[in-house]
Ligand binder design. Structure first.
Ligand code: S3P
Length: 441
């Protein structure tokens, strides 16, 4: 995948935002739908797949390892799987672009197959730590050679048969949990992951849906997730619900732009993903949850969000795992709230697509916001609803969520916010700007 040329973008106060939107399919669920379908025996169908660059990198990798992955004209994806244990040696390096989820989960898959794969990525991905997956996968027998600091490019030589392990997660990471569980799929015996702090559980839900023998038990050490290999996965028909992380941009935009009312349809409301809704409601946001239902084994609802004055909060650190990708947009909400919001206990933000603490501090400061930086978060003094000064040049640092968050900040800024590059938005939300134009005519 070639890197897109930089795409600068400028925005200032616009609105109100009004209308009904549908956000694209959930990114985490989309990756897993492709991977598990590619490991089933027979043909799976996936509706509502996120067609962003990150997920397309996963699709290309599964093709390179032997699965047939096709898109019908109506947007349904059809995947013919190779069966667990059936992944083929890829002929070339697997190009992961900007996608940490593709990289870490696929490293898990390769680790227990008798194949070797090299993983490469863009500058952002090549600066992110992979030691967190290298460690457990090496314990299972994989031989992994990484660039200095445990980074990409790296090569995984899988071990078949791999050795089942019981692994306690040292960081709250669904990617690490999933990498070990996916390695466990083709490992004879029971592979266990002990999760002291709950993280998104899409892998567990979907693997069960595909027929894997997977159990989840509570213990004094945390959740114990056990998978029995070698698993046989049955093809499925998957409907991917809307991405709550993408919905977050409209939740905050509608909350901070006076006169707004936006209904976001079909949002995944899995409790491991709803921390932003909880935090915004604590701040006084007007978010109504309509028509709750179940889609593809996940709770889903429509969210109606109206403008409301926001007040500062201390963001409970235990919300961090359920809103880890939403901190950048929460910081924008805090910049418009009344009082000083303190968000700490979010150290993981330092190792996302960019260092999201430093990047958001620089960007919001340039737009006239007073912030204090901590190792594990930010304190933000809000404008009590007054527009931000704006008149700022900000850098998105190859980070889609920084770009989209600063666009939303621009909607509430007196003078323009100019973002150096919004091209990374295509990794997770290709239609973001069309939706913005439709909402804020
Ligand atoms: C993801 C897990 C999270 C999240 C990422 C997607 C997943 O990462 O930030 O966008 O799909 O498992 P960590 O596991 O590193 O917290």
């Amino acid at each position: 995948m070639s890197a897109s040329p930089p795409r600068p973008y400028s925005i200032s106060a616009r609105g109100p935002l009004r209308g009904i939107v549908r956000v694209p399919g959930d990114k985490s669920i989309s990756h897993r739908a492709l991977m598990f379908s590619a490991l089933a025996v027979g043909e799976s169908r996936i509706e509502g797949l996120l067609e962003g660059e990150d997920v397309l990198a996963t699709a290309a990798a599964m093709r390179a390892m032997g699965a047939t992955v096709e898109r019908d004209a109506d947007g349904t994806w059809r995947v013919h799987g190779v069966g667990v244990g059936g992944l083929l040696q890829p002929a070339q390096a697997l190009e992961m672009g900007n996608s940490g989820t593709s990289t870490r989960l696929l490293m898990g898959l390769v680790a227990s197959h008798g194949i070797t794969a090299t993983f490469t990525g863009d500058a952002s991905l090549s600066s992110r730590p992979m030691g967190r997956v290298i460690e457990p996968l090496s314990q299972m027998g994989a031989d992994i050679t990484a660039s200095p600091g445990g980074r990409l490019p790296l090569m995984v030589r899988g071990m078949n048969p791999a050795v089942p392990i019981a692994y306690t997660l040292p960081v709250a990471s669904a990617q690490v949990k999933s990498a070990v569980l996916l390695a466990g799929l083709n490992t004879p015996g029971i592979t266990r992951v002990i999760e002291p702090v709950p993280t998104r559980d899409h892998s567990e839900r979907m693997l069960r849906g595909f027929g894997a023998e997977l159990t989840v038990e509570d213990s004094p050490e945390g959740k114990v997730i056990s998978i029995t290999g070698e698993a046989e996965l049955q093809p499925q028909h998957i409907v991917v619900p809307g991405d709550p992380s993408s919905a977050g941009f409209w939740m905050v935009a509608a909350s901070i732009v006076p006169g707004s009312e936006v209904t976001i349809e079909n949002v995944c409301m899995n409790p491991t993903r709803t921390g932003l809704v909880t935090a915004l409601r604590m701040m006084g946001a007007d978010i109504a949850q309509l028509n709750p239902r179940e889609v593809g084994g996940e709770p889903v609802a429509d969210l109606r969000v109206r403008h409301a004055p926001l007040r500062a909060i201390e963001v409970p650190p235990d919300l961090a795992p359920s809103m880890i990708d939403e901190y950048p947009i929460l910081f924008v909400a805090a910049a418009l709230a009344e009082g000083r919001t303190v968000a700490r206990g979010a150290h993981e933000l330092r190792v996302k697509e960019s260092d999201r603490i430093a990047t958001m501090k620089a960007a919001l400061e340039a737009a006239g916001v007073a912030l204090e930086e901590f190792e594990d978060g930010l304190a933000i003094t809000g404008s009590a609803g007054r527009p931000l000064a704006g008149n700022a040049q900000v850098a998105s640092k190859l980070d889609h969520r920084i770009a989209m968050s600063m666009v939303v900040a621009g909607l509430a800024s007196a003078a323009a916010i100019s973002i150096d590059d919004v091209a990374p938005v295509s990794t997770s939300y290709p239609d973001f700007f069309q939706t913005l134009d439709a909402l804020a005519e």
